[in-house]
Write a protein that binds this ligand. Structure first.
Ligand code: ARG
Length: 472
């Protein structure tokens, strides 16, 4: 396309090294949409005649059909998706096809195309995340009355409702959803018309192309429009934190389902066996979710490091922004695809959870707080209950094994009203602080979660419906 200025042909190795077709071919639908908007605008401002607009639009439609049918063999010699489509168009239409790129550069073209593509991807991710919320809420409601141990330092800490545990992940993913919405809002301005970097001497109507493509408005600075990739970084930030949350959740599933904990049951269909050990049921799915986190975080770093030190405005380095973006989108989509049914199929063995709790001293804080209610300073209560735990360990007893006289021997402040408090269920029920582990708190939060979910589901449906009008 630029041979006019050159004395030699581009070297083969350079063609091979500089092409981006292997990565950007998946953008063809969105590239063609951007081109259709551009051509309609060129017609509206009088740079193309009506019949030229019609011909080009038809031609682009024909190329699109060829690609969809799999009849189009793109060539690496033509470097990228944009030039392949344009050159095929010119093949089909002759000189009229050569008018498509009027007032446009691949710099604003790629910025527009990726935003359109990413917008669709982020909507798909929102939908997948909403399914994740539904699965978590289902579990939280179903397991609302089941008591399990909560852990700090992976040591038994205090009993909680399993519903409370699930809702803890609800909150994490809720923040991820907020980051996803933010990433989507980063895509709301249209860079088309920014040209190579400085806009155009031609009377382009940027409001029109922005409107036709479903953006809120055109970008305000042509240089920034083609130089920045913040909208990708915003996606990566969402992706990295989501991956980390999914990884930590997966780690829990692996640990809680191991023989040593043994109170969480993963669905057989999401586990695999061993080629040698017949007894094995391995949690490969959560392990792989955990294992893919590094790639996702890595893709974020990849983009940030690529951006660092790039002179204003477009630099060819920016072509490398897409490889990691698409890989990350693939991974996150894949994780969500298995995580939702995995959670849906996960169950709790209540008896095993209880047996585990009975081995520890998860009610120690309850005893200390009982003493506090009787007027003892907390630090004293902490020390005395600690001493009691030591006594129990040394004499191989549980709290439940101690009779009232024995309690009194160790802690004279104790009355018989302590004993009914010392059940795991009672302990959970009494944690009534806002956001605490009490069953009632959890039920309230799941109800709020349901309301939030239906609100966001309606929003997403409306957004999708609205954007459908802009599919050119
Ligand atoms: N394939 C290029 C990319 O993905 C398109 C933009 C090329 N622009 C340029 N000035 N060479 O970034």
């Amino acid at each position: 396309m630029w041979q006019g200025r050159f004395k030699e042909d581009t070297a083969q190795v350079v063609l091979k090294f500089t092409q981006s077709l292997d990565v950007d071919w998946r953008l063809y639908e969105h590239d063609i949409r951007g081109s259709i908007a551009h051509v309609r605008m060129l017609g509206a401002v009088g740079l193309l005649k009506n019949d030229e607009v019609e011909q080009i639009e038809k031609g682009l439609g024909a190329v699109r059909e060829e690609i969809r049918r799999g009849d189009f063999q793109p060539s690496e010699r033509l470097e990228d998706v944009h030039m392949n489509i344009e050159s095929r168009l010119t093949e089909l239409l002759g000189p009229v096809g050569a008018k498509l790129h009027t007032g446009r550069s691949r710099n604003d073209q790629i910025a527009t195309t990726v935003r359109l593509y990413l917008r669709d991807c982020l909507l798909d991710l929102q939908e997948a995340l909403l399914a994740l919320f539904a699965a978590i809420l289902d579990r939280a409601e179903e397991h609302a009355d089941i008591v399990v141990s909560g852990y700090t330092h992976l040591q038994q800490a205090q009993p909680v409702s399993m519903g409370h545990y699930w809702m803890a992940w609800f909150e994490s993913f809720l923040r991820d959803y907020g980051r996803l919405e933010f990433a989507l809002s980063s895509l709301s301005e249209c860079p088309l018309g920014a040209g190579a970097l400085a806009g155009s001497t031609l009377p382009l109507d940027r409001e029109m192309t922005s409107r036709l493509l479903g953006f809120d408005r055109p970008t305000r600075n042509s240089m920034d429009s083609i130089a920045q990739r913040d909208y990708m970084a915003d996606y990566h930030h969402f992706a990295a934190l989501f991956a980390i949350h999914a990884s930590r959740l997966s780690e829990d599933l692996v640990i809680f389902s191991s023989q040593e904990f043994n109170w969480l049951k993963l669905p057989d269909s999401f586990c695999t066996g061993s080629s040698i050990m017949p007894q094995k049921k391995n949690p490969d799915v959560p392990e792989l979710i955990r294992g893919k986190t590094g790639q996702v975080v890595g893709h974020m770093l990849d983009l940030l490091i690529t951006m660092k030190g790039l002179p204003m405005t477009y630099d060819r380095d920016l072509q490398e922004d897409k490889r990691g973006l698409f890989a990350s989108l693939n991974t996150i989509g894949g994780v969500l695809e298995v995580l939702v049914p995995l959670i849906a199929g996960t169950d709790v063995d209540e008896a095993a959870a209880l047996a585990g709790l009975e081995r520890g001293f998860a009610l120690a804080t309850d005893v200390a707080e009982y003493l506090v209610r009787r007027g003892m300073p907390f630090r004293d209560a902490h020390w005395k209950v600690g001493r009691l735990v030591k006594y129990c360990i040394e004499t191989n007893r549980r709290f439940a094994d101690l009779s009232l006289p024995e309690w009194r021997e160790q802690l004279p402040e104790v009355d018989e009203d302590l004993l009914p408090l010392l059940t795991f269920r009672e302990s959970v029920e009494r944690r009534q602080t806002f956001g605490g582990a009490a069953f009632s708190q959890v039920r309230q939060r799941t109800a709020e979660g349901r309301a939030w979910l239906s609100w966001k589901t309606e929003n997403l449906t409306a957004t999708r419906k609205n954007l459908e009008e802009y599919v050119l």
